[in-house]
Write a protein that binds this ligand. Structure first.
Ligand SMILES: [Zn+2]
Length: 118
């Protein structure tokens, strides 16, 4: 490439586009940081989630795997999608808000009192 081929306008355009992308990224990071800060500051005002079954307030994470057959998958291929769920560490219950019972109706188990057991 000879110096006569060089168009400084192109360089300016590229630099402008890069600057725009960087600005957008830093704005996005600032927004995310603000959200985390606001959540941290408000944690004492937020309601603590309790187990619907025993009232305990500590949960552990589990994963439910949902298999989408090729027929119903949006991609046309079979896919397995992990869904995070939280179960009470005391009694093992999974609150309905974390895993609606209709979402696992194919494996839903019920105890002697008719309550869901996981
Ligand atoms: Zn519980």
């Amino acid at each position: 490439m000879s110096s006569s081929d060089f168009d400084p306008k192109i360089l300016k355009q590229v630099a402008g586009t890069m600057a725009e992308a960087l600005t957008e990224k830093s704005q996005q990071q600032a927004r995310e940081k603000k959200i985390v800060e606001d959540l941290t500051l408000g944690v004492d005002k937020a309601q603590t989630v309790k187990c619907d079954s025993c009232g305990h307030h500590i949960f552990e994470k589990g994963i439910v795997l949902k298999r989408f057959s090729a027929i119903i998958s949006p991609t046309g291929d079979e896919v397995v999608v992990p869904v995070d769920v939280f179960s009470c560490i005391k009694c093992g219950n999974v609150n309905d808000e974390f895993l609606p019972s209709y979402a696992i109706s194919d494996v839903k188990k019920v105890d002697e009192n008719g309550l869901p057991s996981y």
